[in-house]
Design a protein around this ligand. Sequence first.
Ligand SMILES: [Zn+2]
Length: 505
Amino acid sequence: MEFDFPGVASNAVQADLLVVPCHEGDTPLKGYAFADAVSKLFLKGDFTGKRGQAMILPSNGAVAATRICLLGMGKGEDESVRAFADTLCDVFRGSAIDTLKLKHVAVALEVELKHRGFKPELVGRAVADAAIFGSYFFRRLHTKDKHTKRQFAEKVSLVGAKNKELKAGVEKGATVAKYACLARDLVNEPSNFMKPRDLAAAAKKMADETPGLKCKIIEKPEIEKLKMGSFLGVNAGSDDPARLIVLEYNGGKKGDAPVAFVGKGLCFDTGGYNIKANSLGMKGDMGGGAATIAALGACAALKLPVNVVGVVPATENEISGKAYHPGDILISMSGQTIEVDNTDAEGRLILCDALTYVQRTYKPAVIADMATLTGAAVVAVGNRYVAVMGNDQSTVKKMLASFETVGENAWQLPLPDCYDKLLDSPICDMKNIGGNPGTITAGLFLQRFIDKGQKWLHLDVAGSALYDGENWGLWNSKTPTGSPCRAIVQFAEDWHAANKGKGKK
Ligand SMILES: [Zn+2]
C-alpha cells in the first residue's frame, strides 16, 4: 500500500473515493470548503454523522474524486484520535472497496487537524493503521478468485492538510502496522506450516531483510548444554526439536542495557497428557512469540535509538511415548525445580528458562514477556484487553501508557505475595500451577525466575492476540490481531525517551 500527500485541497484530489470524516449534528459537513456542494447530494436527515454511519455517494462534480464517503465520527466521548482510526478502518475493510473496485482512496483531514485539533503525528498514524489493518487479509492459502482477487485500497492520499508531523506519523504507523501484520500472518499459519523450525526460519528471513537486525537460532543440542530442563521437558513429546530464537537490534549506545522482549512460541498446544478437550485454535499459542519477532523487525525498521533483544522459545506441546508426564519434576535453567502439576500449563515452563537466559546473557534494563498464557486472562479481561503485571509500578505505568498511545487496551492485575504460596510443592521448589486466580498465579510463577532488582513485566495476551470477536476497530473478525506488537514497539521507544542520558540502567 502506498501513501501520498498530493498537497491539494480535498475537493481537488483525483481519487476513486474521498472519505470525509463528519461530526454528529445538524451540519455534519461543517468545516469543509465543499460543504454546500456536497450537502446537495443527500437529503437532510439521511446523514447525521452518528459514529460509524457511512454513506457512499457519487460526487457528481461536487468534488474531483469520483465518489464521496461521508463518515460519521459521532460526538462527545466518541471524538478521539483512536475513534477516528477505528471508524476509518471500517471503510477500508468494508465491502464497497471490493465491489466498486476502489483502488485509490483519499482521506480529507481538514476537520480532524484544523478544527478538532488532533495531533498531526497521531492522525497520520491513525490513517496508516486504519488503511493497513482494514486491508489485512490472509490470502496465502486461498485459491478461489473471490479471495485471491479481492480488491483492497492500493493508494491512500492524505489531503486537506500537509505538514511534517503528519507525514512522519504515516511513516511510523505504516511501518509498525506492516510488522504487526507479519505477526498476524505468523499466527494465521496453521501448525502444519508453522512448526518451531518454520517460526525460526520466518524470524531469520525477516532479520536477513532488515538492516541492523541480527538473528541467532539456538538449536536443541545447545539448549541441552544450557540446561534448559523446563523448556526441554515441554519439547520432549514433539518430533520437532525445540529452538530458541534470539533477535538483536542495537540502535542505542554500545553497552547500554537493552530492552528485552520474551515471547511464548508454542506452535501447537495439545495440552499434553492433560489433553485439551478441544485444541482447535491452539496453532495460535505462539502469538506472543510472533509479536516479539515482529516487534524486533519494527524497532530495526524504525531505526529506534535503543538496544532491543527478543527471545522466543519455540516448541510444540505434544503427546507421545517421549512426552513429559503429570507429576514429573523438571530442573529449570535457573536450578529451581518444578513439579508438573498440569502438562497444559506449559507456556510458563518454556518462558521461565527463556527469562533466565535473557537475564544471564543480556542483563536487560527491563524485560517484558508476552504470552497467550491463561484461559483465566480471557475470563478476567476478555478478548479486547491485555492483562499487564509487573514487579515495578512505575514500569507497569509506562507500559500502560504505551498501550494507550497506540490505541490498544490494557489493564493491570496485581501480583500479591498472598497468592505466591499457592505455587509451593510438597516435593520440590514449586508446582507449575497454583490454581485461581489463574492469570495472577501464572504471573507469580514467572516472577520466581526474575532476579532481584530486575525490572520485569508480564503481558497475558490470551484474549487479545487470538481475537475471536466481530470486527472491532483495527481488529478484524475472528482474525489474529498481532497484539501486543505495536504497544511494545512504542514501549521500547518510550523507554528510551524516558531513560536517555541516565547511564546504563
Ligand atoms: Zn497449554
